[in-house]
Design a protein. Structure first.
Lengths: 359, 230, 582
């Protein structure tokens, strides 16, 4: 890859404005990305022109007309209306292009093509939970910014419409390599769409090219403690492979023990954001060794009692977290009522039990 | 300051001896400046309340039915109307007071100021005793504290707390302004009695008067919006 | 050729103390403290503001350096020697939460405590009445009151830190700011902003009335220095926009205390409404920040290049133009959260607001043409301003354009943009202005050479800190991130090193100014050969500013024809009518 961005790809896309792109941008992994980059580079070159003009003239004048002792300055015009009108109106033309170009692509980004496949994306502090049209959820995770985050498969060459919703505060979906961003609101659904294309080839540890490319998904609306770790991976794969993966994810229990399923749910349902699997303290208590131990909890009426961590308590903690608040922790956990079915709850309970019982 | 024929003069009252602050060239400049400053301040007041109006319109746009129902059910337009009339009367008093100051009629000035302030007090008393206190008792309070259980065949809608939030915040802010206005009226009234104001100097009367008119004006907007939702 | 009779003729029947500098001692220590605390002299109030905002700047700057330290390395959890988990890269903060509090503190202090009051309340208070030939501002007591309001507001802000800090970001977006567990601190902070807003409103009102009513005889609107025009335009924005901020943070405070539901979706409110409210103030606020800076630049360039400002009326009216348009572009901060139609309108208007700024930049450049340019520290800062503000403003175009903002919103590109305009624009102008009027304010000259060294370091450090952030942003680094993916580390480290250079630059400035304050050479009344009225009085000015009310006989930028007041003949030669030279 060259610094000036004069790579075979930029030349191939035929974008003259692409010169210099490499300094600014990473991968282009969606159909909209080259269009946005082109506009960016257009604005960049217009700006460079004006910047060089101004700073160039300024530097020249400062040297040419520096003050010399005893030398009187010239008399020179202190205004020139045609000239001033010129530089009032000339910038309007490049700006009009920027506006129309930006608006066109923006509308394109906002109106999903008919028949796009839908993926539901729920944002919750501090995780992304995708649900496919067959009810499947991602099952694999990757490590990003020191957090286990879900890998969300998406097909190459097929438009995907995201229907997004938050259960708490505002979050924002951003896939930098797709150049797509949209806020995720707590009181309504927002949508955006993209048509992914494979990015630059990626390689495994052995230097073998991978059949897919991974791209970051970041949260770009400040949402608290782990805002910077609220990420996911969008895995762009050929459509056929995507369909197979999606089908395979449909039944998470297939071929897995409840504990294994619990471990997956722990990651993809976002428990990982607040709970450690050892005894470390996070936003919530670590799960390591809590099974069977006695916890001091605050009741809604303010009284304090001791409870033993067992199936019922854990179940209640997940479905009605506010019912018993572990002493010393904030009431920050949201209810998972309706987000986990009974089987999944059992799997999570099994998983917590498997993390060892306490003293 | 424009010279207005005065009915009395040479009484040796404090207003005749008034001398502007040292950085002004003359009393007239100072008066004009104070008035301009007051207008600017009133502009900020209007903008402050326009925030409520915007919130009101946006939320009403989202929940038109519940706003209509809530307004009709929770608010009694007669009380609002009485208060409107009270404030209108007081505004008239204030206008008379300013004129009296220009003419140097000390007693007319003072009496009108006190009467206007009485109107303000009446407004607040009505507001508190007929609206605020019963509402608090019934739990018709905003947002998270809303606890009105319904009754009289009325089912509170999920967005009643929103309407009540707007109602409480805007009327309470307005009420606070009325309270400040009453205190200001007492202050100028007291100074009027001491002979501080006359044709040559009545800056404070003028400015407090402007303030009071604006407070009324804001109520004139609030009243139909809150009490008379069509 | 007109010569001007400067105000040097002595007291004429006044008491002797009228001749003393405004800050002359009035007695013992406590007498003096009392005198300053109760003063209604705009000059003293200006100086008090100057120290207050510099303290705020140092506080915000310290937080910034800590923020940059944290971003030196991403956080990682590794297995320790005994198998336990060890977190590395977490320094100086122990957790994400602490980092979040630090950048919130940095942003809120820099915006509300520092940059908004900085130029108008400190330099404006001191210089504006002098430039108008007035004895004081229109409402001196209100002026003192607004200083106290500022201090009380700042105390609330500091209280919120002592209570444990706020982690909402300076924008206090709902619902995050209304569901926080320890909302007491959020209340302290939003109340602080509310109170500071009043201070800002009072200052603005005061200046508007002063400009209308206290201009010296003979000074028409178009004889006013451009700094006055800029402050005037700023004041209009302050008066018209700040109340909306007031109501916004008031509602936010009430929302936290009484759980009302205007913004909180849990009670049926709308969080996007909050964003509209907030930006309706905070976009005009960015012009509250930049316009006074632009006013200073007009003065610096004209005086230090000894050139009549090119296109005075265009520059003056563009200030009003910016003020007017600034009220209708707020939606460009919300392209990702509002409807398409609104976004399109706001995008178009955003481009429109760039035009008056462009006019100014072109006019300043043209002013340099055929000037007599002295590379003093103020001029150096004016040039730095042109360089940095052009970058900052032009990058605003990338953000104003809809589709590119989809990519750039809430990334480090935005962070870089606003540091280039706020720091590269306003702070550079402020520094230039401080050096320009320092001799007038304190009657002392500063060491030009060391000040230029400081300016050079600031320039280099600044670009290193923030140019890298443009690239970080386009490459995918979101803002308000306590940690990040490894790819970004190299650029982050460059940026952090830049912030140290910047810090050294500021320390040099601090040392230069402190040395001057305590032992500098006595300043002449008109060291730069300026023509506006503040140069007609003594340095430092006497208590009542002028012995006689000055009368204006020439334009503030008639360098071609007018010999500057109180200068040695020939020190600042006027242009020879033949038009030769160089
Ligand atoms: C001093 C403060 C200041 C100033 C002056 C500006 C000036 C401008 N700003 Fe900036 N802005 C901020 C402070 C400021 N901004 C802050 C603090 C934020 C972020 C807030 C937050 O989210 O925390 C922000 C964010 C921000 C956004 C939102 C980004 C996002 O969050 O997605 C946008 C979008 O349109 C924008 C645009 C502009 C534009 C078009 C200008 C224009 O006014 C610039 C005009 C200037 C020029 C154009 C340069 C000079 C002219 C020339 C060199 C001649 C050639 C000119 C042309 C060809 C046009 N700004
Ligand atoms: C006026 C406004 C202003 C100024 C000047 C600065 C100055 C600086 N800012 Fe910042 N910044 C903001 C306003 C400002 N900032 C805002 C509004 C935000 C957004 C917050 C949010 O997201 O909510 C932000 C956010 C922000 C971030 C992003 C945080 C994040 O999103 O995670 C970063 C990161 O690098 C940063 C860095 C810096 C640095 C290194 C400086 C340096 O330039 C600082 C240099 C200063 C010093 C080193 C102090 C030294 C001073 C002295 C020694 C005394 C000097 C005395 C005299 C001269 C007499 N700032
Ligand atoms: Cu979710 Cu930031
Ligand atoms: Cu803006």
């Amino acid at each position: 890859m060259s610094v000036l961005g004069l790579t075979p790809t930029t030349l191939a896309t035929g974008s003259v404005w692409g010169i210099g792109r490499g300094l600014w941008f990473g991968d282009q992994a969606s159909t909209i990305a080259p269009r946005i980059d082109s506009l960016f580079m257009f604005i960049f070159w217009v700006s460079t022109f004006f910047f060089v003009l101004i700073v160039g003239l300024m530097t020249y004048f400062v040297i040419k007309y520096r003050r010399l002792p005893g030398v009187a300055p010239h008399r020179s015009a202190s205004h020139n209306t045609p000239l001033e009108l010129a530089w009032t109106f000339i910038p309007i033309f490049p700006m009009a292009i920027m506006f129309v170009w930006g608006f066109r692509d923006y509308m394109h980004m906002h109106i999903a093509p008919a028949g796009a496949e839908q993926i539901d994306l729920r944002a919750q502090r501090w995780s992304w939970q995708a649900t496919y049209d067959n009810g499947a959820n991602p099952t694999e995770t990757a490590r990003v910014a020191d957090m286990d985050v879900p890998i969300i498969p998406v097909p190459a060459g097929r438009p995907i419409k995201l229907v997004m919703h938050s259960t708490d505060v505002i979050h924002s979906f951003w896939a930098p390599d797709f150049r797509v961003k949209m806020d995720v609101m707590p009181n309504r659904y927002t949508t955006t769409w993209f048509n992914a294309v494979p990015g630059a080839t990626q390689f495994d540890e052995n230097g073998q090219p991978l059949p897919y490319t991974d791209h970051y998904l970041f949260c770009t609306e400040y949402c608290g403690d782990q805002h910077s770790q609220m990420a996911a991976i969008l895995r762009v794969m050929p459509a056929a492979e995507y369909d197979a993966t999606k089908a395979a994810m449909a039944d998470i229990f297939e071929g897995r023990t409840p504990v294994e399923v619990g471990a997956i749910l722990y990651n993809i349902k976002g428990c990982v954001a607040c709970h450690a699997t050892d005894s470390r303290r996070g936003t919530g208590p670590g799960w390591g060794g809590i099974w069977g131990s006695t916890h001091r909890v605050r009741m809604p009426d303010g009284s304090v009692t001791d409870v033993v961590v067992d199936e019922n308590y854990v179940r209640e903690s997940i479905l009605v977290p506010a019912a018993k608040i572990v002493d010393g922790y904030p009431n920050q956990m949201v209810s998972y009522q309706g987000q986990l079915n009974d089987k999944e709850l059992d799997a999570l309970i099994a998983y917590i039990r498997s993390l060892g019982s306490g003293q | 300051m424009t010279t207005i024929p005065t009915s009395r003069g040479g009484t040796g009252e404090p207003w005749e001896r008034y001398k502007h602050q040292p950085h002004w060239r003359n009393n007239a400049d100072e008066f004009e400046a104070a008035k301009l400053g007051m207008w600017l301040f009133l502009a900020t007041e209007l903008l402050l309340f326009s925030g409520f109006f915007c919130a009101y319109f946006v939320l009403r746009m989202f929940h038109p039915d519940s706003f209509r129902g809530a307004s009709e059910y929770y608010l009694n337009w007669q009380i609002g109307a009485v208060n409107t009339v009270i404030l209108l009367i007081s505004s008239w008093n204030v206008a008379v007071a300013v004129r009296a100051a220009q003419l140097g009629r000390k007693m007319i000035l003072a009496v009108n100021l006190f009467f206007a302030s009485l109107c303000g007090v009446a407004f607040l008393v009505i507001k508190l005793s007929l609206e605020y206190i019963p509402k608090i008792q019934k739990g018709e309070v905003p947002g998270g504290f809303f606890s009105y259980a319904g009754g009289h065949g009325y089912e509170p809608s999920a967005y009643d707390p929103v309407f009540l939030s707007v109602y409480w915040v805007s009327t309470a802010t307005h009420g606070f302004h009325v309270l400040v206005g009453v205190l200001l009226l007492w202050w100028v009234g007291w100074r009027a009695l001491k002979g501080h104001f006359g044709p040559k100097h009545y800056t404070a009367v003028e400015n407090v008067g402007l303030y009071w008119h604006i407070v009324d004006l804001i109520w004139i907007f609030l009243f139909p919006l809150l009490y008379l939702v069509p | 050729m007109t010569t001007i009779h400067a105000d040097t003729t002595g007291p004429h029947g006044h008491d002797a103390h009228h001749d003393a500098p405004y800050y002359a001692s009035k007695g013992g220590l406590f007498v003096n403290i009392w005198d300053w605390m109760t003063t209604i002299d705009h000059k003293k109030i200006g100086v008090m503001y100057l120290f207050a905002v510099l303290a705020a700047f140092a506080l915000g700057g310290a937080a910034a350096l800590l923020v940059r330290m944290q971003l030196w390395a991403p956080t990682t959890t590794v297995a320790g020697a005994t198998g336990e988990a060890v977190v590395t890269g977490m320094w100086p903060f122990a957790s994400n939460l602490d980092y979040n509090k630090a950048f919130t503190l940095h942003g809120a202090v820099m915006v509300f405590l520092f940059i908004i009051p900085s130029i108008p309340a400190a330099l404006g208070n001191f210089i504006l009445p002098l430039m108008l030939g007035a004895k004081d501002v229109a409402f001196p007591r209100l002026n003192l009151f607004s200083w106290y309001v500022y201090v009380i507001g700042s105390l609330f802000a500091i209280a919120s830190i002592i209570l444990g800090g706020v982690d909402t970001g300076w924008t206090f977006y709902t619902p995050y700011s209304t569901i926080a567990e320890e909302y007491g601190r959020v209340i302290a902070m939003t109340l602080a902003v509310f109170i500071l807003g009043f201070s800002s409103i009072f200052t603005g009102m005061n200046f508007i009335v002063t400009v209308h009513k206290l201009r010296a005889p003979g000074m028409g609107w178009f004889d006013m220095p451009l700094f006055v025009w800029a402050i005037y335009a700023t004041s209009i924005i302050q008066v018209l926009a700040t109340p909306v901020l007031g109501i916004t943070v008031l509602l936010l405070t009430i929302e936290n205390v009484f759980k009302i539901g205007i913004f909180n979706p849990a009670y049926g409110g709308d969080p996007v409404l909050y964003q509209h409210f907030f930006w309706f103030y905070s976009h005009p606020a960015v012009y509250i920040m930049i316009l006074p800076g632009m006013g200073i630049i007009s003065e610096l360039i004209a005086v230090h290049a000894r050139k009549k400002i090119f296109g005075y009326k265009f520059v003056a009216f563009s200030s009003l133009g910016i003020a007017a348009i600034s009220f209708i572009v707020w939606g460009h901060h919300m392209f990702t959260s509002q409807g398409e139609l609104a976004s399109a309108i706001f995008s178009g208007l955003t481009f429109l607001v760039a035009i008056p700024s462009a006019i100014k930049v072109f006019n300043w450049t043209a002013t340099l043409y055929k000037g007599s340019i002295a590379l003093t520290t103020p001029m150096a800062y004016a040039l730095i301003f042109l360089f940095l503000f052009s970058i900052g403003g032009l990058t605003g175009l990338f953000l104003g354009s809809l589709s590119t903002d989809m990519h750039l919103h809430d990334t480090y590109f935005v962070v870089a943009h606003f540091h280039y305009v706020m720091m590269g624009g306003t702070v550079m102008a402020f520094l230039g202005g401080i050096h320009h009027w320092w001799p007038k304010m304190f009657g002392k000259m500063y060491n030009e050479r060391w000040a230029l060294v400081g300016a050079a370091l600031v320039f280099i450090g600044f670009n290193m800190t923030f140019f890298t952030q443009f690239i970080l942003g386009t490459k995918g680094m979101p803002r308000r991130y306590a940690t990040y993916v490894d790819e970004f580390q190299a650029l982050h480290q460059l940026s952090t090193v830049g912030s140290w250079i910047l810090g050294v630059g500021f320390l040099i400035h601090l040392a230069v100014l402190a040395t001057s304050f305590f032992g500098g050479k006595t300043a002449p009344p008109n060291p730069w050969g300026g023509l506006s009225l503040e140069w007609e009085t003594a340095s430092p000015p006497i208590e009542h500013n002028f012995h006689h009310e000055p009368v204006v006989r020439h334009h503030p930028y008639d360098f071609d024809t007018v010999v500057p007041p109180q200068t040695v003949p020939g020190e600042f030669p006027v242009a020879d009518p033949g038009g030769k030279g160089h």
